[in-house]
Design a protein around this ligand. Structure first.
Ligand code: PAF
Length: 289
């Protein structure tokens, strides 16, 4: 495995390869990332991971400065997982001049849920992902693969839509969320939790499951659309209140249509999604149901 820091060095390393499989990350890798890398090794003729904490997707009050940077440990894990090339640019390597050209995702998809509570987040994500795709895939002649986790459900959907609308020659591959034994979705931010908070954190996936169980009969009924919407809103409110009563501060805990993350109607395929803060740590999770 080689580690490169500049776009030129990355392109040189990838010159002999027709078909990269790429896993973009912000580092501080856990087993969920390693699943993505292992899956990527089955797809292309070279496996590339990027490690870059992307300032563009953090609001000023968020954890950009404290986000753990663990390059040496990450590289060990990536090598063991079968990664061939790590791209770990500095900010000036990737953004030598301020990145004033940006990718603006549509508000209907990007200003709801995560985008509502983190304004500009998906613009930052799309901009860096588009740029990383240019760095990794520009010279490829064969199929190009990009692997993302379903834990960031809305992110995966935004990126799939971006790839489609820009006709990028990239297959976006989603991989299932890796959960700890108690059901907590693995996340780099779990490392911020105290031992006590780590025990409590399982309540988030339980809340998702409980809301899914409560919502399914409503969506399987023959109720009118307005009644469905009213019943779901009541269930969501009760679910948020129950979680907050345990000491969480919930941004959203909601049932949506899988296709576009809007309010579902009878017959739609469903996903439940949540973002909630435990102490200073904001966790997200989702479940298709
Ligand atoms: O999911 C992440 O870690 C980031 O949003 C990504 C896709 C690497 C872009 O910075």
């Amino acid at each position: 495995m080689i580690v490169v820091h500049t776009i030129d060095a990355l392109r040189e390393a990838l010159t002999p390869h027709a078909s990269p499989a790429f896993v973009p990350t912000m580092g501080n890798l856990h087993n969920g990332h390693i699943d993505l890398v292992r899956h990527a090794t089955t797809l292309g003729d070279v496996t590339v991971a990027s490690i870059f904490v992307n300032r563009l997707q953090f609001a000023p009050h968020e954890d950009f400065d404290t986000y753990p940077r663990t390059l040496a440990a990450d590289c060990e894990r990536l090598a063991a997982a079968g990664c061939n090339v790590v791209f770990a640019p500095s900010e000036t390597d990737l953004y030598p001049v301020p990145q004033t050209f940006k990718v603006q995702p549509p508000t209907a998809l990007a200003d709801i849920l995560e985008g509502h509570f983190r304004p500009g987040f998906f613009t930052g994500v799309c901009t860096v992902v588009m740029k990383l795709f240019q760095c990794v895939f520009a010279q490829a002649k064969g199929p190009r693969y990009a692997v993302f986790g379903q834990k960031d459900y809305q992110q995966l959907m935004v990126i799939r839509n971006m790839v489609k609308q820009f006709a990028l020659p990239v297959s976006v591959v989603g991989c299932p969320t890796h959960r700890a034994e108690d059901g907590l979705a693995l996340s780099s931010r779990n490392g911020y939790l105290s031992a006590e908070q780590r025990q409590e954190a399982v309540a988030l996936s339980r809340a998702l499951r409980a809301l899914a169980d409560a919502a399914r009969p409503v969506l399987a009924s023959s109720a009118a659309p307005a009644d469905v919407a009213r019943a779901l809103a009541a269930l969501e409110l009760a679910a948020c209140q129950a979680l907050d009563a345990r000491g969480w501060q919930t941004d959203y805990l909601t049932v949506r249509r899988r296709a576009d993350l809007q309010t579902p109607q009878v017959g739609d395929e469903l996903v439940v999604l949540a973002a909630s803060r435990l102490g200073n740590t904001r966790l997200i999770d989702n479940m298709e149901c």
